[in-house]
Design a protein around this ligand. Structure first.
Ligand code: BG6
Length: 504
């Protein structure tokens, strides 16, 4: 079915910025090549930098060229869009730029002889968001609830209080249905597939609870350091940068109850239920339930890399964490007392995002002990990136006259099965905003519930002395305390990749 695409104008605040260059430009170009953009489509870039239209077009083209999954920009395709790329420069606090924007929007609608969907994308630093929203409100650019949408990037607030305040500013100008809070993890195919895996199959749901599941691990490990984002990271740290949003959202998809329909609000209601059921971590328990770390110098893929404290714009005695591991519980009938271990960090040994579900042991071991030396519990591993697939580990009898059981794997790989590269998260998310589908975006209450769940850990972290920082070497799996966190429960982190499992 071809969905009808209404005329659309994408307005990018922060048009010359890093996000536009690295993520939006390549995503838009891929959508163009795949004929996913509306026929009548225009981009209006806004930036405080005093650049020219030609420079803006070049910047977008360069971003598309470098980062698109299509392998480079084709001139003919580019020419199809380049004429509809516009640029306005000015101060975002100055009403003049909003008046100029309004004129440009109206001119397009006049030219197309049709109202257009207007997607106002805030690809700006968080500090300016409130000002932009207020100015949009004063310029009456948000009044058309049906056609105007705003996209707000993370970080969405710095803590619960600031998130509530930001939501208040946004909802004063926009209706909640117009607000699209992005968490790009939700746009990843492998993350979206969690719902399909759980609810489009009859096999897994009956065993998806505390009776059969021993624990869940959610890992997002990165090899990169903070790169050029030291200034932001000094204020954020990994708890705010990754756990509050990406890892919590994955947790919701794993733990939520089946939705009644695929309606955006129905799915989001089910996710909020999970966040609200997270057991409050008492501040005096934080030391037992959470570990923070910061990378020291080390080697990644054989290359020397500097310590976090030696990165640009980072204080030499910085207390910011670049690694965190936490243990959470979801207090409801399904999950009571099943630990969810969340772990993420920068400069770790491998890039690896995955969810591992470990099932309980069989209730009675009827095989002789000699047969079960290599026995392992069943595991289901959902590989999110860079490899994309699912592995189910179970026991099999090794061929031979002596009875030996050993774990074996069943594999599903996206690349092997679907033979094509998966769309980037931003392609999916941009398409959804243009179509007015908010399923993959966060609602105000979701963001607030997630901050609420994390608040005790954030508060306590601020008081936990980071005297032992840096406490892990770049190129390792993080601080020893993270291994202890899980080992004290008689468990261990999974580090195996899809490829390693395939080779076993
Ligand atoms: C961003 C974080 O949201 O996600 C970054 O701000 C992090 O610090 C990035 O590197 C990871 O995204 P991905 O898609 O590369 O896993």
């Amino acid at each position: 079915m071809t969905l009808e695409k209404e005329p659309t104008i994408l307005v990018i605040f922060g048009g010359m910025g890093d996000l536009t260059w690295r993520k939006l430009a390549p995503a838009l170009y891929n959508l163009l090549v795949d004929h996913e953009l509306p026929e009548r489509f225009a981009i209006i870039g806004l930036d405080v930098k005093n650049d020219s239209l030609a420079e803006f077009r070049l910047r977008l083209k360069d971003g598309a060229n470098r980062f698109c999954r299509c392998g480079g920009v084709d001139e003919e395709n580019w020419n199809n869009i380049s004429g509809n790329i516009n640029f306005l420069s000015g101060d975002f606090a100055d009403p003049a730029i909003y008046a100029a924007l309004n004129e440009r929007l109206k001119a397009y609608e006049k030219k197309w002889d049709s109202p257009a969907n207007q997607v106002l994308y805030l690809a700006t630093p968080p500090g300016i968001v409130e000002t932009i929203v207020k100015r949009i409100g004063s310029a009456r650019l948000a009044d058309n609830e049906q056609h105007v949408r705003i996209v707000v990037e993370k970080p969405f607030g710095h803590d619960l209080a600031s998130a509530v305040a930001l939501n208040a500013v946004l909802t004063k100008v926009f209706d909640e249905t117009q607000i699209y809070r992005i968490d790009h993890y939700l746009g990843k195919e492998t993350v979206q597939n969690i719902l399909a895996f759980r609810f489009a199959n009859a096999l897994f749901e009956p065993i998806w609870d505390r009776r059969y599941i021993d624990h869940v691990q959610i890992t997002v490990a990165e090899q990169v350091g903070v790169e050029h984002r030291g200034e932001y990271y000094e204020h954020a740290g990994v708890l705010r940068d990754m756990i509050q949003n990406h890892l919590m959202q994955i947790l919701c998809l794993i733990a939520m109850e089946p939705m009644v329909s695929f309606d955006a609000n129905e799915i989001r209601n089910k996710k909020v239920d999970v966040l609200r059921a997270i057991r409050p971590t008492l501040e005096d328990q934080v030391q037992q339930l959470a570990v923070r770390g910061q990378y020291g110098a080390g080697r990644i893929n054989g290359h020397k890399v500097p310590a976090y404290r030696a990165e640009p714009s980072v204080a030499t005695d910085s207390p910011a964490e670049t690694f965190a591991a936490i243990k959470l519980f979801v207090d409801n009938w399904r999950w009571q007392d099943v630990p969810f271990y969340l772990r993420t960090g920068k400069r770790l040994q491998k890039k690896l995002s995955e969810v591992m579900i470990q099932f309980r042991p069989v209730p009675h071991q009827s095989f002789p002990t000699t047969a079960t030396m290599a026995w392992q519990p069943n595991h289901l591993i959902i590989y999110i990136q860079p490899e994309e697939g699912i592995v189910l580990q179970f026991q099999a009898k090794q061929p031979g006259s002596i009875l030996h059981l050993s774990p074996v794997d069943m594999h599903f790989s996206y690349q092997e099965t679907f033979k094509s590269r998966l769309p980037e998260a931003y392609e999916t998310l941009l398409t959804d905003v243009m179509m007015g589908d908010a399923t993959l975006f966060m609602r105000a209450d979701q963001v607030e519930a997630s901050w609420s769940a994390l608040t005790p850990i954030l508060n306590a972290s601020e008081n936990i002395i980071s005297a032992d920082f840096p406490n892990y070497l770049s190129g390792t799996w993080g601080p020893e305390a993270a291994d202890i966190l899980i080992a004290q429960d008689g468990r261990s982190w999974n580090h195996s990749t899809l490829e390693e499992n395939e080779k076993k």
